[in-house]
Design a protein around this ligand. Structure first.
Ligand SMILES: [Zn+2]
Length: 275
């Protein structure tokens, strides 16, 4: 009899602890998370807030709300500018898709590039591409480093020509969508010094014989530049005027492959032509 009662009490206690444990877990706020991050995009939200998409080094791409960020006096200052490099603190909510951003501190300012119309169009392309290709909550340190490197070089050099070409090439390479640059995908003929051809509808580079109507050329100089990009960091490549045409061809090819992968046109791409 005594034994039975003791067992019942124990069972009751176990149940009791389970319930109170679950209840307190629901009441407790989730702990704040902290990560180094790049701001990808922000949108106005209501009268006072901002919706912010950022790529965290340890969180991947996350969307959240920065409360009060649209007020004249707010605690975020210039930290929420496109491609700002920041340290960010946020709280996740189990039931909601959006996190709550608590604080952001600027680690590195790209003020010159962000405030110049011409340069900011280059940044806008980097931002749009990153936003489209990075899945939410998936950590991608190589893309994080690439975005930062490209943005830093736009800021440092005051020119996006080389940085954007490098960014487009490496985005395609990291994504695993880069075709062979040495021979025709259809017949296998090596290109040698002859131009290769591409479009956004099929993967691969084609020779002069196999090219289809509307395809654009990727000349040997542009393919050599790609090889240079593959083996050297952007900030160690000296930009010379003679590279301009190749950098443009390679950028256009890279952006076409990105558009083909995400199955939509990049809205910021047309802006590049206006600067
Ligand atoms: Zn061919």
């Amino acid at each position: 009899m005594i034994i039975t009662i003791a067992l019942r009490v124990r069972a009751f206690r176990t149940e009791c602890c389970k319930w109170s444990g679950a209840a307190s877990a629901r009441r407790l706020p989730m702990p704040a998370r902290e990560t180094e991050a790049i701001i990808l995009k922000t949108f106005p939200l209501g009268e006072a807030d901002r919706l912010v998409s950022f790529l965290g080094l340890s969180s991947g791409r996350v969307r959240g709300v920065a409360a009060g960020a649209r007020r004249l006096k707010n605690r975020y200052g210039s930290t929420l500018e496109v491609l700002s490099h920041v340290q960010i603190w946020y709280v996740e909510k189990e039931t909601r898709e959006l996190v709550r951003i608590q604080q952001a501190e600027l680690l590195e300012s790209f003020h010159k590039a962000q405030s110049d119309y011409g340069l900011s169009t280059g940044l806008a392309v980097v931002s749009e591409v990153s936003e489209l290709i990075l899945p939410e909550h998936e950590v991608s340190e190589p893309m994080f480093r690439l975005i930062l490197l490209a943005t830093r070089e736009v800021e440092r050099t005051g020119d996006w020509t080389l940085a954007l070409s490098y960014f487009a090439f490496w985005t395609v390479r990291l994504g695993g969508w880069l075709p062979r640059f040495d021979r025709c995908v259809a017949c296998g003929t090596p290109f040698g010094s002859k131009p290769a051809f591409y479009d956004a509808h099929q993967s691969g580079l084609f020779c002069e014989k196999c090219r289809r109507p509307g395809m654009k050329p990727l000349h040997v100089e542009a393919r050599n530049l790609a090889e240079h990009f593959a083996g050297e960091r952007l900030d160690r490549i000296e930009y010379e005027k003679s590279m301009q045409a190749s950098a443009r061809e390679l950028r256009e090819a890279g952006l076409a492959w990105i558009e083909s992968h995400v199955e939509r046109k990049l809205t910021t791409r047309a802006l590049l032509e206006t600067t």
